[in-house]
Design a protein around this ligand. Structure first.
Ligand code: FAD
Length: 321
């Protein structure tokens, strides 16, 4: 069944997040040859619109407004609902990022529609697409189809591969005027933490440290390994609670959920709440001096040893590759 799909691209710090291309690929699985319409909110969106077309979108609607430069639930949901009214799609796909996690439920409520969140795989062989999503903190997976209404899902980053970029692809771009009224939230200032590293949520490789790094200084060898691998730095809550690093790095049930190709866990015991955030990584390498540490139960490769000896050796090896 051919379906017209709306996907929302995410722009952060004037960069289009890679997961936007994954939402296009996800929508294509459901569209069955139907039109893929990308929606972008913010300012200076032309280059991002072109990029979405190169990754498979047929048409892009840009909504350029100062009030949409930074995400707020109020402004984005008002703007999106006007695009929705105009387009009347058969389905909507958003990324399961902090923006998508906030926006999608609001839209679902406003549209009086169901929502399947945190989808990691989509099959579309039968009448309705079947979504796979993790449950019980990633210990099991459930398959879901939607009942009445339009198809509406958020997809977890790094699970549904984007199409290969095709610079010869063409599509149409239009700017749409929307009315934003009675906004209850306005962003006065964004105070950014300076990070030079790779974005944790979208990283292909993550080097994560736990309480075993013993101090903020103890993260240095992990940062050197991350630099050698082009990886992002992550952490357990144990490391965050001990003030070895920022809470923004926390991975797990109450932190970020990540699905990199490679996850290197150093000095992390492997508590269930940590596993909830990383156990779906494609390859897990654990470095721990305790051979009984539960992290080894989920690891593909385990190194029993002192991280302060193992990590510098790994870094040297990686530099030579
Ligand atoms: P520890 O459990 O103390 O483990 C440290 C490990 O380092 C040990 O295995 C030790 O053998 C090893 N080690 C020590 N020195 C070295 C060395 N030199 N070389 C190699 N290995 C070494 N935790 C999360 O991570 N994320 C969450 O989102 C999260 N949410 C939670 C939510 C709730 C409601 C609760 C109750 C807890 C949550 N936790 C979360 C906390 C979780 O239960 C654990 O306490 C935490 O993950 C432990 O962190 P850790 O593995 O770094 O520390």
């Amino acid at each position: 069944m051919t379906r017209k799909m709306l996907v929302v691209g995410e722009v952060k710090d004037n960069t289009l997040r890679h997961v936007s291309f994954e939402t296009i690929a996800a929508a294509m699985k459901i569209a069955d040859g139907g039109e893929i319409v990308g929606v972008l909110f913010g300012e200076n969106l032309t280059s991002h619109a072109k990029a979405m077309i190169h990754y498979g979108a047929d048409r892009i609607i840009t909504v350029e407004r100062e009030e949409l430069a930074d995400y707020t639930t109020d402004a984005y949901s008002q703007a999106f609902l006007q695009v929705y009214e105009q387009e009347q799609p058969n389905g909507i796909i958003l990324a399961h990022t902090s923006v998508g996690k906030d926006l999608a439920p609001r839209l679902a409520a406003k549209l009086n529609n169901g929502l399947v969140s945190d989808v990691v795989a989509i099959e579309n062989d039968s009448e309705k697409p079947v979504f796979t999503r993790p449950i019980y903190s990633g210990k099991a997976f459930e398959k879901k189809t939607m009942g009445e209404g339009i198809i509406f899902a958020t997809i977890r980053p790094n699970n549904i591969p984007a199409l290969t970029e095709d610079l010869s692809r063409t599509g149409t771009m239009t700017n749409m005027d929307v009315e934003l009224k009675d906004l209850r939230t306005t962003i006065k200032e964004v105070v950014k933490k300076t990070t030079d590293g790779v974005d944790l949520a979208e990283a292909n490789i993550i080097v994560a440290g736990g309480r075993g790094v013993k101090s903020a200084e103890g993260f240095k060898p992990l940062e050197q390994l991350a630099d050698a691998l082009g990886a992002a730095i992550g952490a357990s809550r144990g490391a965050c609670d001990a003030e070895y690093c920022e809470y923004s790095l926390q991975i797990g049930q109450t932190g970020k959920v990540v699905t990199p190709d490679l996850y290197i866990a150093a000095g992390i015991s492997g508590a269930i709440q940590h596993l909830a955030g990383m156990s779906n990584a494609k390859v897990i390498v654990a470095i721990n001096k305790d051979p009984e540490a539960p992290i080894f139960d989920v690891a593909d490769y385990g190194i029993v040893g002192d991280l302060f000896e193992v990590i510098p050796m790994l870094t040297e090896e990686c530099k030579n590759v």
